[in-house]
Structures are given as C-alpha cells and as structure tokens.
Design a protein around this ligand. Structure first.
Ligand SMILES: *[C@@H]1O[C@H](CO)[C@@H](O)[C@H](O)[C@H]1NC(C)=O
Ligand SMILES: *[C@@H]1O[C@H](CO)[C@@H](O)[C@H](O)[C@H]1NC(C)=O
Length: 259
C-alpha cells in the first residue's frame, strides 16, 4: 500500500505545472482546424465536438505527455481595444512544438477572443499577447464517455479514450476489471488521451480512474461502462462525471484571479 501511495504521489506531482495560475504568453492560430482535430491527443474529428470547436495545441509543459489532453483554458488577449475581457475558452487537443507561443488555437477559438466585429482584425495580426489560466471543463448534462478505439482487437487488446472530461483534473491512472470483480488490471497511456491493455477481462467492464483532485489524488469509479459485446468505434457513457478541481502548492500564485 505504501508503495502504491508513493507511486500515486509520483504520478500526480509529475503532472502538475501550476497551470491554474495566470500566465503570460503569445498565442497564434492554425488556419485549418483539421490540423488540430487530427492532433496529438488522438481525439480525431471528435475534437470538433469539444468546447464548440475551440481547440488548442499546447506546449509540452501543458500537454504533459498526454495527461493534459482535454484540459480547459481561458485565454484573453491583452489589447483591450481589440479583445473582450471574457476571452476564449479552449480545450487542449494537440501538442504545440513551436517554442514562440504556449498556444496555437483553432481560428474559431482565436477569433472568440476579439470584441464583436473585430475578429478580422485579430486574424490579420496572426499572433497576439495573451494571458491564460486553466479553468474547469463543463459538459452540461454530459457524462464522461469512453470511446473504444478502432485499433482494439477483441478479445486480446483494448484501447480506449476518454471524452467530455469535466472538472479541472488529469487522469493519471486507469484500471479495468470485469463488472463485479475486484481483480483490477492496469491500463497504460498509449499516446495522448488513449489508454490500452493487452490483458482484457471478459464480460462487461468497469473502470477505476486515478485523477488529480484536491492536493493529491482520488479514485473515480465507473461501475458499469462497456457491455460484454463492446465494439470498436462506439462511444459508451461511463455513468459518472468528474467535477473536482485539482489544487497545487503554487507559490507565488495569484490563486487564478486575473490582474
Ligand atoms: C490594439 O488593437 C488595435 C486594433 O487592432 C490596434 O489599432 C492597436 O494598435 C492595438 N494596440 C496595441 C497596443 O497593440
Ligand atoms: C526555438 O526553436 C528554434 C527553431 O526550432 C530554435 O532555433 C531556437 O533555439 C528555439 N529557442 C528556444 C528558446 O528554445
């Protein structure tokens, strides 16, 4: 048990970057949103259903080797003539390898930072100074969902990804077991938001997630997710949603308030 807790702590401490604090950077945009929807997180075209197509590629410290996938951020451009104070709320779906900006946004998300009637002006600039912070993701009346990936091969290989992850947390561990069994087996992050295992229990499946929450972590138990006849390409309701907000010991941090 002690070993497990140490491992948990390691997973969680390696996944934090004080992203709930306000940070200053520049943001640019991709002219084609297909670039982002085929992004490193592996959401594919499903990304366009997240946050109204307000998608973002984040630098490695935000992407967190995939743990940052599905995280939500609020960005405000700093030119108050051009941009609203509300800014744009985006979901991270891709890795940004360009070191000039922390974020590259879909054009829709980029334009959403601008005041009414000024979206052409912001596009013309192409790159703007912004401030940003992590914010909770809200999926109203929508549970966390599990999509079985096409690469799954029944019965020996299962790959899944999580969609519509609420709250402000990261999934840092996933276990799978047959419904009603306590014989849990772990899944590994394959890439981005995709987890897999080649030891697939038979029958209907339940999942147990380790998520960052409070100052450490907690389990989220989805008791009945995949039916015995689960199929690749299908999205299943997990029956649960995450609303936790992970805290971090970030000092100095303004607690997430805009200046
Ligand atoms: C802010 O944006 C407006 C409209 O694009 C522009 O005219 C102005 O020069 C910008 N101000 C600064 C300080 O960049
Ligand atoms: C940013 O990337 C460019 C091109 O890849 C590289 O030449 C430059 O050294 C990088 N700068 C930093 C600060 O990493």
């Amino acid at each position: 048990m002690a070993l497990f807790l140490c491992f948990l702590f390691f997973l969680i401490s390696s996944a934090t970057a004080c992203d709930r604090c306000v940070h200053n950077t520049k943001a640019a945009y991709f002219s084609s949103s297909s670039v982002l929807s085929s992004g490193a997180c592996g959401y594919g075209s499903l990304a366009l259903g997240l946050s109204g197509g307000h998608l973002a590629a984040g630098v490695p410290s935000l992407y967190k080797k995939g743990a940052g996938c599905g995280g939500c951020f609020q960005l405000r451009c700093k030119n108050t003539t051009l941009c609203s104070r509300k800014g744009s709320k985006v979901v991270l779906t891709d890795l940004n390898q360009n070191n000039q900006t922390d974020f590259v946004l879909s054009s829709r998300a980029f334009m959403a930072m601008a005041n009414n009637g000024m979206s052409r002006d912001i596009l013309k600039l192409g790159i703007v100074d912004v401030e940003y912070k992590r914010v909770p993701c809200e999926y109203k009346k929508q549970n966390l969902a599990v999509r079985v990936e096409e690469i799954s091969q029944k019965p020996q290989y299962l790959a899944i990804k999580f969609l519509y992850q609420g709250g402000q947390t990261e999934i840092v561990g996933v276990d799978v077991a047959q419904v009603g069994s306590s014989n849990w087996g772990f899944m590994s992050r394959n890439y981005g938001a995709v987890w897999d295992t080649s030891r697939v229990p038979a029958g209907p499946l339940q999942f147990r997630l380790v998520v960052t929450a409070g100052y450490d972590g907690k389990f989220v138990w989805a008791q009945k997710v995949l039916p015995a006849d689960w199929k690749a390409g299908v999205i299943y309701d997990s029956g649960v949603q995450i609303s936790d907000i992970a805290q971090e010991g970030c000092s100095p941090c303004d607690g997430g308030d805009w200046k």
